[in-house]
Design a protein around this ligand. Sequence first.
Ligand code: HEC
Length: 120
Amino acid sequence: MRLAIVAAALLAAMGGARAETCNRQVFEHCRACHALTNDAGQKPGPQLAGVIGRPVAGDPAFDYSPVLQAARAKGEVWTRDRLDAYLTDPQEVYAGTWMGSPPIRDAKQRADILCVLGGQ
Ligand code: HEC
């Protein structure tokens, strides 16, 4: 009985901690086009599971723009810094990218998104 209570308290604490770790609100907007798993079916954008540290244009099921394919061919990888810059202004980093999402100038919002993406 006591063990069950401890386990329940532990689960509650873990659940709370996870909810606090990342503010997922800003990422909701990305979800229209991106999934965080590769079994989510067809979306307008590539899936982003483990995107930090992944090669640019790294979803084999997605047909990327020429500029992202060229970046991949050069061996470029999504570091946190590259991702932060891309989110700040996608066209500034990869002119001609097909991602039609508006620039995110707010550093706090980008940090929230990187938190969600890094947590996979
Ligand atoms: C309107 C649809 C749309 C929205 C909204 C959108 N994206 Fe994208 N995203 C795309 C498309 C399409 C691509 C592929 C771009 C290309 O091929 O040039 C892409 C590419 C990316 C990539 C590169 C992935 C890879 O495999 O190289 C990242 C990272 C990314 N988006 C993150 C985000 C984040 C974070 C958000 C929310 C702030 C977001 N996107 C919002 C459509 C969208």
